[in-house]
Structures are given as structure tokens and as C-alpha cells.
Design a protein around this ligand. Structure first.
Ligand code: UD1
Length: 342
């Protein structure tokens, strides 16, 4: 019998790609999502392009009663916990909300797992938990030091999960620290659908390319990098999604040990500057995309790049897709769905 995975936040950008990858790998999937920053249409489309249909349960991870009903109605073998808030600026303005949804919500979920005897979790974390390395690639032993409430909530949940995994009989967990997830499924059917003005580089360029915004502001051209613009490790969301399936497989394999939490980076190890990303987008679209130089954005650093070796050693995972493919797939999604799911 195939195993059933609960994906909290499974209707969201990364979640929908993870759900699709799980279904295509033969898992049954239950999605638990409050639809605060996601659309049920993502789930409908996943059902259309996959080998199976996910079950969507609408609910909030802070609601202990809803979690009890969820675990009573579905026999869950493992949880991938993607539900959470993720906007850095909003987390600075409304930290209480971030601690409530991300930390208290995760704690409710973990305690519900304890009550219902579910002992496997993959947690969606972020490279934002790392402190400054002066541009050196970040491995999993890089000291942590998040500088905003969003990053702090991710680190706190990692710590709660690690302690509960150590203390609870039969528990095993994996923390996945994502670098910069971008792009969309190659079908063009699912992708990122930001509310309001996008904060992040790829969705912003995508809206310039469709004509919804006038130009891309390049935040800083005086960084200590070859072309002066900041460098990030962008990772295709399909590669990221495959990493979750491999993490689940690892938890059910003989290689994972009880009471242990493994922390794993998901990045390519290959950095790209803002100008390189802009050029790759122009190549993918086949037309010019207007830019304007703008001041550095507060809180940004010159270079963030993964050392991805542990994912290869522990999970057998390596990123497959390059920047050209990321831009082409993101553009296909945006062109077909200029207003996202609306
Ligand atoms: C941001 C978040 C990070 C989160 C990640 C998810 C901040 C400070 N960090 O990372 O916590 O995990 O998204 O993907 O928000 N840029 C422009 N013009 C734009 C937008 C971005 O030049 O209109 C530049 C930025 O200055 C940066 C690079 O593009 O150098 C990437 O920016 P972005 O996509 O927002 O990601 P991060 O800031 O790396």
C-alpha cells in the first residue's frame, strides 16, 4: 500500500510543486492549507497534470481541533510542513503574527503528530537562518544568525523539531534549508502567484516581462562582485520539490536513525548575479526587459551561495536545472497565467 503524506501549505507555490512530485512518485497526498496565500486552483491543476488527486482539507495549523480531526480522518505516514508566512518585510512590521503562525502553528502541528502517533517530518526551512559568511558558500555547519523575525521563526521551529525528534519514540526528521526557489513546473500550469507587488527578483521580472510593471529596479550595483550586483543561489522549484520526495524516502529508509534530525541545504552551489539573471530572462523571453539602477535594499548582502554536498551524500539529491531553464519555465507559467490563478 502506498504511503500517505500530509503536506501543510500544499496549495502554495512550493507546496503545489511538492504535492505534484509526491503524487508522481506514487504517494497519496493530503493537503492542509488555510488558503491565505494560495489558491484551490493550484490543487485542481495538480490533479489534472499528475498521476493522482490530492485531498484538500481547508484549515489552519494553529487550530488544534482541526488538526485532531485531520489526523482522525486520514491515516498519515509522514508530514511535510510547508505552511507558514514568508515575507521578510512583513515579519519586521508584524513579528507577533509571524511568531504565532510560524512558531505556535508548528508547535500545534508537532503536538498533534505526537497525539496521533505520526513520527516523520520534513520541515521547510530557509538559508535565511544562516549568519553572514562574507560570501563563502554556506554548508550546514555554518553558524546560524538570522537577522529578521521571519528567519528567527524558521530557526526556532528547527530547534523545536530537533528537540521533539530527540525525545519522542520512533521520531525522525529532516530540515530542508532552501536557497532561492524560483521558476515553475515545466507544464506552465502551476507557479508562483504573489499577492500585491512581488518582493522577490524572479516574480518581479516576470511582471515586467508581461508589461504589468515598467522596469526592474536593480538594487545596488556597487557590491564587491564581478559585475557589482548581488549574487544568489537560485534553485528550480522542481529540483526543490524532488528534494522533498527524496527526504521522505530517506526517512523511511534504513539510513535514517530514530531520534535524529538531519539538516540539509537545497541549493545548486552556483551563484548568479542580478545582471546575469536579467540577461537570462531576456534570452528566455526573446525581447528586452527594461532596468533602472536603484540603491541597495536594506538587509541585503553581496553573496549568498550553498555548499550542496550534504544533500548529495545523504539524500542522493543534486540540482538538475540551470538558470536558462529556470527563466524559460518561469516565463511559460507567467505568459500563460498573467494574472496568476485569478
Ligand atoms: C529573499 C528573502 C529571503 C527568502 C528568499 C526566498 C529578503 C531580504 N530575503 O531572499 O529571506 O528566503 O527571498 O526566495 O527579502 N533584487 C533586485 N530587484 C528586485 C528584487 C530583487 O535587484 O526588484 C535583487 C535583491 O537585491 C537580491 C536579489 O535580487 O540581491 C534576490 O532578491 P530576492 O529574490 O528578493 O531574494 P533574497 O533577497 O535573496
Amino acid at each position: 500500500m502506498s504511503k500517505t503524506v500530509l503536506a501543510t501549505g500544499g496549495a502554495g507555490y512550493i507546496g503545489s510543486h511538492v504535492v505534484l512530485a509526491l503524487l508522481n512518485a506514487g504517494y497519496r497526498v493530503v493537503v492542509f492549507d488555510n488558503l491565505s496565500n494560495s489558491s484551490p486552483k493550484a490543487i485542481e491543476r495538480v490533479a489534472r497534470i499528475s498521476n493522482g488527486a490530492p485531498v484538500l482539507v481547508e484549515g489552519d495549523v494553529r487550530d488544534a481541533g482541526a488538526l485532531d480531526t485531520l489526523f482522525e480522518n486520514h491515516k498519515i505516514d509522514a508530514v511535510i510542513h510547508l505552511a507558514g508566512l514568508k515575507a521578510v518585510g512583513e515579519s519586521v512590521a508584524r513579528p507577533g503574527l509571524y511568531y504565532d503562525v510560524n512558531v505556535a502553528g508548528s508547535s500545534q502541528l508537532l503536538n498533534a503528530m505526537l497525539r496521533h502517533g505520526v513520527s516523520r517530518m520534513v520541515f521547510s526551512s530557509s538559508a535565511t537562518v544562516y549568519g553572514e559568511t562574507g560570501g563563502r558558500p554556506m554548508d550546514e555547519n555554518t553558524p546560524t544568525g538570522p537577522v529578521n523575525p521571519y528567519g528567527k521563526t524558521k530557526l526556532m521551529v528547527e530547534q523545536i523539531l530537533t528537540d521533539m525528534t530527540a525525545a519522542s519514540s520512533g521520531w525522525r526528521s529532516v530540515v530542508l534549508r532552501y536557497f532561492n526557489p524560483v521558476a515553475a513546473h515545466g507544464s506552465g500550469e502551476i507557479g508562483e502567484d504573489p499577492l500585491g507587488v512581488p518582493d522577490n527578483l524572479f516574480p518581479f521580472i516576470a511582471q515586467v516581462a508581461t508589461g504589468r510593471r515598467a522596469q526592474l529596479d536593480i538594487f545596488g550595483n556597487d557590491y564587491d562582485t564581478p559585475d557589482g550586483t548581488a549574487i544568489r543561489d537560485y534553485i528550480h522549484v522542481e529540483d526543490l520539490a524532488r528534494g522533498h520526495v527524496m527526504a521522505i524516502e530517506h526517512l523511511f529508509s534504513g539510513q535514517a536513525a530514530d531520534n535524529r534530525t538531519s539538516v540539509v541545504n537545497l541549493g545548486t552551489g552556483q551563484g548568479s548575479s542580478v545582471r546575469e539573471v536579467h540577461r537570462a530572462w531576456e534570452a528566455a523571453c526573446g525581447f528586452d526587459i527594461a532596468t533602472r539602477n536603484a540603491p541597495r535594499r536594506a538587509g541585503d548582502v553581496a553573496i549568498i551561495c550553498a555548499e550542496p554536498g550534504k544533500a548529495a551524500d545523504l539524500l542522493g539529491w543534486r540540482a538538475k536545472y540551470d538558470l536558462a531553464r529556470m527563466c524559460a519555465d518561469h516565463w511559460r507559467w507567467q505568459k500563460r497565467n498573467p494574472e496568476g490563478y485569478r
